[in-house]
Write a protein that binds this ligand. Structure first.
Ligand SMILES: Nc1ncnc2c1ncn2[C@@H]1O[C@H](COP(=O)(O)OP(=O)(O)OP(=O)(O)O)[C@@H](O)[C@H]1O
Length: 276
């Protein structure tokens, strides 16, 4: 069942994660919100994909359902060949622990653990030692070797997010989902974190799916998928911040016209210095 969509340079890519006919309805009756309205999208292995769209378009819902943090109302979500809806709670927890890495806006480090302990936490919880060489390489890539015995409170926001990035990749998961990973960072620290995500994909063969409202952040990805009103509207290869912003503006105008309200544009940083 592992779908392979994109033909890239003659090679067929396998999807590390995908959803098929994904519908997510929050609430019921008059107050029901259709956050995902029949989405089919794959996130190819070995690629950095950004999910973008206006506020409320369903980006976080799509990520949470694709990552097994939330369940679909109908349709199916897959990590590789594994359909998440077919798993009981225990198996789903194990799959999230062993095959998925997460980076959140709020870092979510354990304050009482050192940097080194935070990075190896997923392996420690799994009772495995992990790949020592890989972990050592990661520590160098994120530039935290001289901070290994510090606690999160002793680090800057950017450093804390770099710990979270190292933790997400430590167990060599099939895919790392990042939800607004630069949302709490200034632009310089944000660029560093985005650069790390890009290097993990291009230099270390990992897979990243990132939700962002920031066209500058999305320009770090290999491809952007656009959502509007819970539907997949478009995909863009080799994005630049300016092209992403233009595309978003078009969706926003359409959805404002439909609802008869003024549009909510995502807060965009300057689009100078587009593609890294
Ligand atoms: N737990 C929930 N209960 C009810 N409605 C929800 C819930 N979570 C999200 N929604 C609604 O579903 C729709 C999609 O929300 P979602 O958070 O996925 O959008 P988003 O594109 O990530 O938005 P933003 O960019 O503002 O974070 C919105 O209309 C939102 O209000």
């Amino acid at each position: 069942m592992s779908a392979s969509n994109g033909q890239v340079a003659g090679a067929v890519r396998t999807d590390a994660a995908r959803v098929s006919g994904a519908v997510k309805v929050y609430g019921s009756g008059d107050t029901a919100v259709r956050a995902l309205d029949g989405v089919d999208v794959g996130f190819p292995a070995g690629r950095f994909t950004a999910i973008m769209g206006p506020s409320g378009s369903g980006k976080s819902t799509l990520m949470h359902c694709a990552a097994g943090l939330d369940t679909l109302t109908s349709g199916a979500a897959f990590i590789g060949d594994t359909e998440l809806g077919a798993l009981d709670d225990r198996r789903l927890t194990l799959l999230r622990r062993d095959r998925i890495g997460f980076v959140f806006q709020a870092f979510n480090l354990v304050p009482t653990l050192t940097v080194a302990e935070n990075i190896t936490l997923p392996m420690d919880l799994a009772g495995t030692r992990g790949d020592r060489e890989w972990t050592e390489a990661l520590i160098d890539v994120v530039g935290l070797r001289d901070r290994l015995h510090h606690r999160p409170a002793e680090l800057s926001g950017g450093q804390q997010q770099r710990v979270a990035v190292a933790r997400a990749f430590a167990g060599q998961p099939d895919v790392v989902f990042a939800d607004e990973p630069t949302g709490n960072l200034d632009s310089r620290a944000g660029e560093e974190v985005l650069g790390l995500l890009g290097r993990a994909v291009r230099g270390m063969g990992r897979t990243v799916v990132m939700v962002t409202h920031d066209p500058v952040a999305a320009a770090h990805a290999d491809e952007v998928v656009f959502l509007a009103d819970g539907r997949l509207m478009d995909r863009m290869e080799s994005p630049t911040a300016d092209r992403v912003l233009d595309r978003l503006k078009a969706f926003d105008t359409k959805s404002a016209a439909r609802s008869g309200t003024s549009a909510t544009m995502p807060a965009a940083r300057s689009t100078e210095g587009t593609r890294p």
